[in-house]
Design a binder for this molecule. Sequence first.
Ligand SMILES: NC(=O)c1ccc[n+]([C@@H]2O[C@H](COP(=O)([O-])OP(=O)(O)OC[C@H]3O[C@@H](n4cnc5c(N)ncnc54)[C@H](OP(=O)(O)O)[C@@H]3O)[C@@H](O)[C@H]2O)c1
Length: 510
Amino acid sequence: MTKTMKAWKHDEYGGVDTLKLVTDAAVPEITDDQVLVRVVAAALNPVDFKRRLGYFKATDSPLPIIPGYDVAGVVVKIGSQVKGLKEGDEVYGDVNEKALEGPKQFGTLAEYIAVEERLLALKPKNLDFVQAAALPLAIETAYEGLERAGFCEATSSTGKLELLKSLGVDLAIDYTKENFEELPDKYDVVYDAVGQVEKAVKVVNGSGCVVSITAAIPSQVLKLKITMKAWKYDEYGSVDVMKFVTDVAVPEINDDQVLVKVVAAALNPIDFKRRHGFLKASDSPFPIVPGFDIAGVVVKVGSQVKGLKEGDEVYGDVNATGASGPKQFGTLAEYTAVEERLLALKPKNLDFVQAAALPLAIETAYEGLERAGFCEGKSILVLNGAGGVGSFVIQLAKHVYGASKVAATSSTGKIELLKSLGVDVAIDYTKDNFEDLPDKYDVVYDAIADSVQPPHISFFLTSDGSILTKLSPYLESGKVKPLLDPKTPFPFDKVIEAYTYLESHRATGK
Ligand SMILES: NC(=O)c1ccc[n+]([C@@H]2O[C@H](COP(=O)([O-])OP(=O)(O)OC[C@H]3O[C@@H](n4cnc5c(N)ncnc54)[C@H](OP(=O)(O)O)[C@@H]3O)[C@@H](O)[C@H]2O)c1
């Protein structure tokens, strides 16, 4: 077999003039899981010219690039691990698993292409190679969107209306004459394949959704749900005011915010204090979707957001100042809108549940130590060392600040836990009164918070993602770990049980 082949390639990003037909491109080598396909037909998609214009420069493979995603052709060579294909098979597929993350340097606009077996399928016998090449990326995107959503009607320009009907649409709308968003009909699913999400949202019915193939992520399908499941309350009171609903609007984001798909949320004492009405004077209006702490995935970014992008795994406390105007739409929901500055990238070694257990408690622990001017060589007594905040005060004092001595209080059953967190002196408050013991400390960190008398430093946390980022090396190295109560995590439909347990004041860690 020849070692060189004809191909179209470009050595720089730019207009269509950058494409050159060459005859000396190297026939690609295959890896063990790949086959070499002799290209019979290749199809172009919008992603091809967007890529050539340099839209995906940051994640693209190096130049020179032979473009092209869709192919139909014949297998001429197979890798040692290939199980389901053999030489002579007629195949078709999109050769790039992820369109935007490192699409292949040597694509389909060539005589031969190396493709992973798993990206290919046998060509339907009734289709020729040209017809088959027209399918992969477009039909896979169409299918994935419908799968994620459920179900559509279509728009086109006048000349293509008959075509739409022949494809099976019941109502064909000529977008050059009518604005679909002004027509009376509403739909369960609007599949936006042009980038008109703002208008599409207007024709979705109550529980429906928009599936958008955005310009920025052409082959990824982003489902923007219009309504979502959430826990909310319309009055202050006991845990009974909490209601599980499915019709809360997905929050709109401001320019400095991102929309986060919540994977895990954690409760803190402030959540039940707020629900009881302790923050009434400064609270947001009803209905309230409560919750401060989350870990999740960014699904949309505001125009001013610089450091986060779609797909980032993040965590944080969504309320900059918990006591003054916490968000009306918090974290006990499928989606929440959060200012970029309140979030940090999730440490890779932690799962979402572990990450959600950190923000408010560890930031409070850190801010208290900072305000006390805590530093290496100082001693500290932590009251309530086994609680959400106290467990982090112990670990930060010992492993981050280099305390000379860490003492902490808890009931008998949690003394061993205190020791495992690094305390030098574990005090069982059911047996000893810490104030009667002979030792004195540079700092006493009261994480019971119901018993403080002057002189003391009293503060309310100002949440900030940069604290999490600062502590990231200690979290990633495992020096500081979230302490999860053995009863956790609670499933989303068991929020009442989670609140009830937290309000018992007996939870260990988070
Ligand atoms: N100012 C702020 O920004 C801020 C931020 C976060 C939290 N807070 C406040 O700080 C307090 C603690 O919050 P948290 O999340 O750490 O609480 P938590 O996790 O709910 O604390 C539960 C723990 O308290 C322990 N405990 C109860 N009575 C105790 C006592 N007399 N001595 C020692 N330990 C005792 C229990 O352990 P045993 O079973 O061993 O008793 C249990 O493990 C809350 O009042 C919260 O509202 C304030």
